[in-house]
Design a protein around this ligand. Structure first.
Ligand code: AMP
Ligand code: GLY
Length: 422
């Protein structure tokens, strides 16, 4: 098979790394890819949000399968253009991807299909938002409707903070069109869990549950980020597992009832509240960094699984998980997530020996003029496998200690305090 993977970050490096191990794969392309990814795949400078450009490339090279990494190409309808051109794709079309690209759509979807979530109101005008603040208790959560790369959600303790957020999103348009409509919802509490499933629209297979660390600083302090680390599996008791399955059963049945074709990853960001798991958000792709902890934990062929999803025959595909655990520690640039410093030389990469138990995924690096340098907010992800989470964590941090660059920042508490969730 010839496979094209869209994207360029740590998640895509992990996808390319995993796909490169597939016996089905004869040729791997990645667009746009990165200097690190180019060791494993031929990188093509395509605009991965331009369906015509991507479809043109697929036709020229006879690509058999496209795997979409990030959310933007999904939201911009690349999958629909590819499918119309007869290309098999792992990733939902634009209409179904609204589950991620519009929080108002997702809220209505969950209400329609009785999926447990925070009570919330969709507000398309400043008047509606003001009325919602009157009607709801604090703290509450204000969410921009559209894609905002982790910047669109604020937990507001009081009215002043909520009014300021609404002012920013709706009047000042700090997130452009993404904040024109907001969802204002009740604030939930409890441990968070990333539950990801592969699906062909008919059936689904849950991956091991994972935990993402969204805040910048140790102890879950500081601003939200794309994710500072992850580990998997996270064990939950039978009751929680059953409730999570009920969420996916309802979501899949709902997609079908609404006539939405869904092939790819369905990711439920859950909060495990005292009343049971509730959905904070749906994403339509692998999480990042979750993918960097999950893919090395799979003991099966990701290309075969992605193809089975794209072809609508996931039911007969095998999803095998390695025993043990994986921990991924993300290393970020100085000033991430605000205005990350780039161009800083990185040492320790040339002789960093990777293998089945230690992986290095590049999220934002470049290799100009023969040396590695930082080129983004999140720079690297070090993932280690171990017989248990503690051993994996130890190996991951040992890996991190070999890497250095000016202003390097990482959390020291990834997988540190593991709550048993029952
Ligand atoms: P989201 O992009 O909707 O997953 O939100 C990003 C983060 O904001 C989540 O991971 C939670 O930490 C927090 N969050 C979102 N919705 C709520 C909520 N209803 N209650 C409390 N925290 C929330
Ligand atoms: N790590 C969270 C996400 O990928 O959305």
């Amino acid at each position: 098979m010839k496979i094209l993977i869209l994207g360029s970050g740590g998640r895509e490096h992990a996808l390319v790394w995993k796909a490169a191990q597939s016996r089905l794969v004869q040729k791997l392309y990645c667009a746009p890819g990165s200097d690190a990814i180019s060791d494993l795949a031929e990188c093509i400078p395509l605009d991965c949000c331009d369906g015509t450009e991507v479809a043109g490339f697929c036709a020229e090279k006879c690509v058999d399968l496209v795997i979409v990494g990030p959310e933007r190409p999904l939201a911009s309808g690349v999958v629909d253009v590819l499918r119309r051109a007869g290309v098999r794709v792992f990733g939902p079309g634009q209409a179904a991807a609204k589950l991620e690209s519009s929080k108002a759509f997702a809220k209505r979807f969950m209400a329609r299909h009785r999926i447990p979530t925070a009570h919330g109101l969709v507000c398309a005008t400043l008047e509606q938002a003001a009325a919602a603040l009157e009607a709801m208790k604090f703290p509450l959560v204000v969410k921009a409707d559209g894609l905002a790369a982790g910047k669109g959600v604020r937990v507001c303790q009081d009215r002043e903070e909520a009014e300021e957020t609404i002012e920013d999103f709706m009047r000042l348009k700090t997130l452009q069109a993404a904040g024109q409509t907001v969802v204002i919802e009740e604030c939930l509490s409890g441990p968070e869990l990333s539950a990801l499933a592969l699906t062909d629209g008919k059936t689904y297979k849950l991956l091991p549950h994972s935990r993402d660390y969204k805040r910048l600083l140790d102890g879950d302090k500081g601003p939200n980020t794309g994710g500072m680390g992850a580990f998997a599996p996270v064990d939950v008791g039978p009751q929680v597992q059953q409730a999570i399955q009920a969420v996916f059963d309802a979501a899949l049945a709902g997609l079908r009832a609404d006539g939405l074709d869904y092939r790819g990853v369905l990711y439920a960001g859950l909060m495990l509240t005292a009343q049971g798991p509730k959905v904070l958000e749906f994403n339509c792709r692998f999480g990042d960094p979750e993918a960097q902890a999950l893919l090395p934990l799979l003991d099966c062929d990701i290309a075969a699984l992605a193809l089975a999803c794209a072809d609508g025959r996931l039911g007969s595909a095998e999803l095998k998980v390695r025993p043990g655990a994986c921990v991924c520690v993300s290393i970020a640039s100085e000033n991430y997530p605000r205005a990350p410093m780039t161009g800083r030389p990185i040492t320790g990469l040339e002789d960093f020996s990777t293998g089945a138990d230690l992986m290095l995924f590049h999220a934002g690096t470049a290799h100009p003029a023969g040396r590695w340098a930082t080129a983004g907010g999140r720079v690297l992800g070090v993932t280690a496998w171990g017989p248990d989470t503690t051993a994996a964590r130890h190996r991951a941090y040992e890996g991190v200690s070999r890497i250095r660059f000016n202003g390097m920042h990482y959390r020291r508490d990834i997988a540190g305090e593991i709550l048993a969730i029952r």
